[in-house]
Design a protein around this ligand. Structure first.
Ligand code: CP
Ligand code: NVA
Length: 300
């Protein structure tokens, strides 16, 4: 594994190997063991969008690995004034050992990987959020014991989260259902791939998708960069919510997940969110462990 740009690039075995290492790192940290797996290594983190979890988990994770991280806001970099990615990538490759980028276009992270000479991690694009999904898979295995015979259901926007969850879940053999309004489907190529390679359904009906779900997942109706469409989206996504009425259709011991930040009262009610807060915040914690595993693998 040279980069982490999207989950399509990873084999099932590579994903499992990251999850195994993440479990080991979580165990070590719980027992007060912090090893300098990446002593003296420097990670740049370019942010063109806001972040709480990604920034803090990467920064503290790198510290725990004995390395150092640099927070690079695109507002302060020359890239924000038009310096091309091709040049920025080649320059940063001469100072740093690894680079994480959160931006809009997937092409930009692909270009950083193409023109630079160090490993690149996608910290979220409009297309994908692989780091989040590795933490999600880790959480599912931790709580459910395995991926066997699990049905995962996503309610809402066919966005970056949906795209990456579909790929991750299908690669690990889970059944996947998504309920989304017309015009808000996940990436068409990912949908076609999922239909060919696994048990995948896409429906307009929240109730249909929820039936028999072991894992329920949702995300905001308007992702970062889509704020201007907020009102239209509130209209279009009405009903695409996990609440105490429809959750009854899922399995009794269903897990509820959210990548966060959440908009209570939109994609999920406060009641359901709080009833599943333990799962949701374990998921948030697991960002730290899963990303440390990714950094170690990429720097090997
Ligand atoms: N889930 C997630 O990526 O959160 P942040 O936007 O806070 O990084
Ligand atoms: N879909 C959301 C995920 C945030 C972690 C967004 O892109 O804003």
């Amino acid at each position: 594994m040279k980069h982490l740009l999207k989950l399509q690039d990873l084999t099932r075995e590579e994903i499992i190997s990251i999850l195994n290492l993440a479990d080991q790192l979580k165990f070590e940290r719980k027992n007060g063991i912090l090893k300098d797996y990446c002593k003296g290594k420097k990670m740049g983190m370019i942010f063109e969008k806001s972040s709480t979890r990604t920034r803090v988990s990467f920064e503290s994770g790198m510290y725990e690995l004995g390395g150092h991280s640099l927070f690079l806001s695109s507002n302060d970099l020359q890239i924000g004034r038009g310096e091309p990615v091709q040049d920025t990538a080649r320059v940063l490759s001469r100072y740093l050992d690894i680079l994480m980028i959160r931006t809009f276009k997937q092409q930009e992270v692909e270009d950083f990987a193409k023109y630079g000479s160090i490993p690149v991690i996608n910290g979220l694009t409009d297309y994908a959020h692989p780091c989040q999904v590795l933490a999600d898979l880790m959480t599912i295995r931790e709580i459910e014991g395995s991926f066997k015979d699990l049905k995962m259901t996503f309610i809402g926007d066919g966005n970056n989260m949906a795209n990456s969850l579909i790929v991750g879940a299908i690669k690990l053999g889970m059944e996947f259902a998504i309920a989304c309004p017309e015009g808000y489907e996940p990436d068409a190529k990912i949908v076609a791939w999922a239909k060919e390679n696994g048990n995948f359904t896409m429906t307009r009906s929240v109730e249909e998708a929820m039936k028999g779900a072991d894992v329920l997942y949702t995300d905001v109706w308007a992702s970062m960069g889509m704020e201007k469409d907020k009102l239209q989206r509130q209209h279009d996504f009405a009903g695409y919510q996990i609440n105490s009425d429809n959750i009854r259709l899922a399995e009794k011991d269903v897990m509820v997940m959210h990548c966060l930040p959440a908009h209570r009262g939109e994609e999920i009610t406060d009641e359901v969110f709080e009833a599943h807060a333990d799962e949701i915040f374990e998921e948030a914690e697991n960002r730290l462990h899963a990303q440390k595993a990714v950094i170690i693998k990429l720097l090997k």
